[in-house]
Design a protein around this ligand. Structure first.
Ligand code: NAP
Length: 313
């Protein structure tokens, strides 16, 4: 059997990285496993203005995550890049099997986060990467001087629509109701932005084009009326960004942990239904999903794991 860590943290978003900082400071042997880029959802966003102390000029979600990761490593936390495809969370020693190896630990902190929900319209899958995106910071620059449509009415949709006005000539928010869900301050900024327009009570039915996205059918949900929108002739294409919420990444655990609507159920100390297994951040059932609550979850879980490990001695 490979090394048995005190703690393995699965996922390197703010929740997982904070758990790493706290576990490392408690001198627990700790491994963080991440399959992609550090930061989780904050890696998809350019501005974070509601994390306390977050006022560094030029700071992005990615640079904040980088500093969190450096802080964890400075406390002796080990890192590995691997995609885990099987977990055994029962028993005193938990096992996580990845493409590069099998990892063992006495406790596991699950911080696998969530992924963007698809818009759910006809033609969507066909245009991913050639007109359809779920990440404004990743793909916004491809739409320099073009028209862009943003689907959704929550904080993500409205904030990312504002970010997209840096590049796009015009950004139209398509929302299924006539009132936004986004917080008031975000709404006010969007209403004041001359580059942002709104298509209320509207859903996207179909995305069209040959190779590139250049037309879509939208439906007014109140009247049932269908309208076909075409790209400006000289543009030849437009962008559609989907921000209609997220789905938790819990497929790997669904047979072992208690879930509700797909989210892992924990108590207030991040304990799942299995001893020594904790869930933190956006993957767990809770009301407020923010960087600050993710970080708090991570800290609590690491301290809880520490106590659990002491009880084993
Ligand atoms: P969200 O708050 O769940 O909003 C999703 C939006 O998409 C809603 O407006 C919803 O419409 C719409 N929608 C959902 N399903 C749809 C469908 N099938 N077709 C069309 N529209 C659909 O998701 P989010 O904006 O990604 O935010 C997730 C969480 O992160 C929230 O708690 C949010 O406050 C937080 N967040 C915070 C910040 C920040 O604090 N700066 C930034 C980003 C996200 P309805 O309104 O009609 O339900």
């Amino acid at each position: 059997m490979s090394k048995i860590y005190d703690v393995i943290i699965l996922g390197a978003g703010p929740a997982g990285l904070t758990a790493g900082i706290y576990a490392g400071r408690n001198q627990l042997s700790t491994l963080i496993i991440e399959q992609g880029q550090d930061g989780g959802q904050i890696a998809l966003t350019a501005d974070i203005e509601n994390y306390p102390g977050q006022s560094l000029i030029g700071e992005t979600g990615i640079s904040l995550a980088e500093r969190m990761a450096e802080q964890a490593v400075s406390f002796g936390v080990e890192r590995v890049s691997d995609a885990i495809d099987n977990v055994e969370l029962n028993g005193g020693v938990k096992a996580l099997r990845g493409k590069r190896g099998i990892y063992h630990a006495k406790t596991v902190i699950l911080a696998t986060g969530a992924f963007p929900k698809p818009i759910g319209c006809k033609g969507e899958a066909e245009f991913i990467g050639s007109g359809v995106s779920y990440c404004a910071t990743c793909d916004g620059a491809f739409f320099q001087d073009l028209e862009v449509y943003v689907v959704g009415g929550g904080d993500s949709a409205v904030e990312e629509a504002m970010f997209l006005t840096r590049y796009a000539r015009k950004v139209t928010i398509i929302h299924r109701r006539d009132a936004l869900r986004a917080s008031k301050i975000v709404q006010e900024r969007a209403f004041a932005n001359p580059k942002i327009e709104f298509l209320w009570d509207t859903v996207v039915e179909e995305l069209k084009g040959e190779g590139t996205l250049n037309a879509m059918v939208v439906k007014n949900v109140k009247t049932g009326e269908l309208t076909e929108i075409h790209a400006d002739e000289k543009d030849g294409m437009f962008g559609v960004f989907g921000f209609i919420g997220f789905s938790p990444r819990t497929d790997l655990f669904k047979d072992q942990l208690t879930l509700e609507n797909g989210y892992i159920v924990t108590d207030e100390n991040m304990n799942t239904n299995l001893p020594g297994v904790y869930a933190v951040g956006d993957v767990r059932k809770k009301k407020l999903r923010q960087v600050v609550t993710a970080a708090a979850d991570g800290a609590i879980a690491a301290m809880e794991a520490n106590e659990y490990l002491q009880s084993l001695e």
